[in-house]
Design a protein around this ligand. Structure first.
Ligand SMILES: [Zn+2]
Length: 116
């Protein structure tokens, strides 16, 4: 795996290729009005999302997988679970198959609220 400093530099180099008016360009160092506005929009959206419980914190999916197994054994399909939780089908399938080992906490909460 590439060292962290090289990865960060690679991301910065790529970000300078992004259009002005994007947060990526702002993060790469551009402080023009359009990029500042994009960064501000992002900050406002994140604040709103945080107030709704989206902390971007990752949680392990072990217990969630057990919960999904119980729902599945009770007759719910992955599609039905995803619809009931309001999450995408690949998230449910990924957790159940073991491919997805961590998810955002707000996603985990949505799935935990699904009952038979
Ligand atoms: Zn800019």
């Amino acid at each position: 795996m590439m060292p962290t400093t090289e990865r960060i530099q690679l991301i910065r180099d790529y970000s300078t290729l992004c259009d002005h008016g994007t947060r990526a360009r702002y993060v790469s160092g551009c402080k023009c009005l359009m990029c500042k506005a994009a960064a501000s929009r992002y900050a406002v959206q994140r604040k709103l999302a945080r107030s709704k419980g989206d902390t971007r914190e990752l949680v392990d999916t072990g217990q969630l997988r057990d919960h999904l197994n119980r729902l599945h054994q009770g007759g719910m399909s992955h599609r039905a679970i995803a619809a009931a939780a309001g999450v995408s089908l690949p998230i449910v399938s990924g957790i159940r198959s073991g491919a997805k080992l961590r998810v955002r906490r707000h996603i985990a909460k949505k799935i935990q609220l699904v009952a038979l």
